[in-house]
Write a protein that binds this ligand. Structure first.
Ligand code: MUC
Ligand code: MG
Length: 372
């Protein structure tokens, strides 16, 4: 019976193709935390834990993810039998609080190894894929209205993306509304346009902003108010016709249940990073489904390994009514895998092969890994 032999964590810094401007930070680089988990049967499982903008997005940073895996989480797993994912997950939950992104990287590495061991894809391990090609939107976040419009037309012409999410909340509400309305007017019926406010508004600003965005034809409003303001999000969802997408407010199935029980309607952004891994994200999906809340495959702007892990989970769902945003690798200038994901026809193919279906490019990894 195989057991877990060693767990190596590496920080990998990859530049973005342009500055990516969110309400809380502007990214010029993305830092991936890569996990290489080696097992006594010779199999290596790969995992990735990634956040946005150091500590500006959430309570874990790339450095804390690495350090907490090295010091606390890896010792809980080393020496344990490789194959009982339920037991390993319970062990991490019992002995370590929080650290959802670190746990997601480890669960991904366990699933990848188990898939390779059994000759099954991660989607098959999770019950089987219902779709092999998933829709993927693109985030327009250059910070410049005209650049965003040019970028959107390029993506439409290339049949890369036909849905766009605009990052707002860093500017005055009226300026943000002007920016969004100009982009929607330029794209017209060719594209669906949504916004992500990343918690930047208080409720009064949200009421003003959403009323104007609804009039401009925006289709979805993501996380307009602070994550902890569940009641405000519920009030906004009942007040407006345009649906709300809960992101930071809904990390896992517990939040999903609380928000639904409080009367929320709309959609939930599923992210493996929020829910401590693909399995936790699917638990949230099941709660949402039971509550009649729509599903959306979310990203923490992961590289290819984290994106592939999420794709395997989302592929098991046949009711992602809001599609997905699994474009993380396309925001980066380079990659650390041998074969990139295949983006075409407004979506991406589920990678094939055992486990995640992804192989490392060791030269690229050696080049981009942080050396000190
Ligand atoms: C978020 O809050 O949704 C997803 C796409 C993007 O550009 O940023 C992320 C984070
Ligand atoms: Mg969001």
């Amino acid at each position: 019976m195989s057991s877990i032999e060693s767990i190596e964590t590496l920080l990998v810094d990859l530049p973005t193709i342009r500055p990516h401007k969110l309400s809380m930070t502007t990214m010029a680089c993305q830092t991936l935390v890569l996990v290489r988990m080696r097992h006594s049967d010779g199999i290596e499982g790969l995992g990735e834990g990634t956040t946005i903008g150091g500590l500006s997005y959430g309570p874990e940073s790339p450095e804390s993810i690495k350090r907490n895996i090295d010091s606390y989480l890896a010792p809980l797993l080393i020496g344990q039998p490789s194959a009982n994912l339920n037991a390993l997950r319970a062990r991490l939950q019992r002995h370590a609080r929080g650290n959802a992104i670190a746990k997601s990287a480890l669960e991904t590495a366990l699933l990848d190894a188990q898939g390779k061991r059994l000759g099954l894809s991660v989607a098959e391990l999770l019950g089987g894929a219902r779709q092999e090609h998933l829709p993927v939107l693109w985030t327009l976040a250059s910070g410049d209205t005209h650049k965003d419009i040019d970028e959107a037309f390029q993506r439409l012409d290339d049949r890369r993306h036909c849905d766009f999410k605009l990052k707002i909340g860093a500017n005055a509400v009226a300026d943000d509304v002007r920016h969004v309305a100009a982009i929607k007017a330029a794209l017209g019926e060719r594209a669906s346009v949504r916004v992500d406010v990343n918690q930047a508004w208080d409720e009064a600003s949200a009421v003003r902003g959403i009323a104007a965005l609804q009039d401009a034809g925006i289709e979805l409003i993501e996380q307009p108010v602070a994550a902890c303001h569940h009641a405000a999000l519920i009030r906004l969802a009942s007040r407006f016709q345009v649906p709300m997408l809960a992101d930071e407010a809904v990390q896992d199935a517990h939040d999903g249940f609380a928000l639904a029980a409080g009367g929320f309607s709309g959609a939930y952004a599923l992210k493996i990073a929020k829910a401590a891994g693909p399995r936790g994200a699917l638990e949230l999906a099941h709660v949402a489904r039971a509550a009649g809340i729509g599903l959306y495959g979310g990203t923490m702007l992961e590289g290819t390994i984290g994106t592939a892990a999420a794709l395997h989970a989302w592929a098991t769902l046949d009711d992602l009514v809001w599609g997905s945003e699994m474009f993380g690798p396309l925001l980066l200038t380079d990659d650390i895998v041998a074969e990139p994901l295949y983006y075409h026809d407004f979506g991406v193919d589920l990678p094939r092969g055992p486990g995640l279906g992804v192989r490392l490019d060791e030269d690229k990894l050696a080049y981009y890994r942080r050396k000190h």
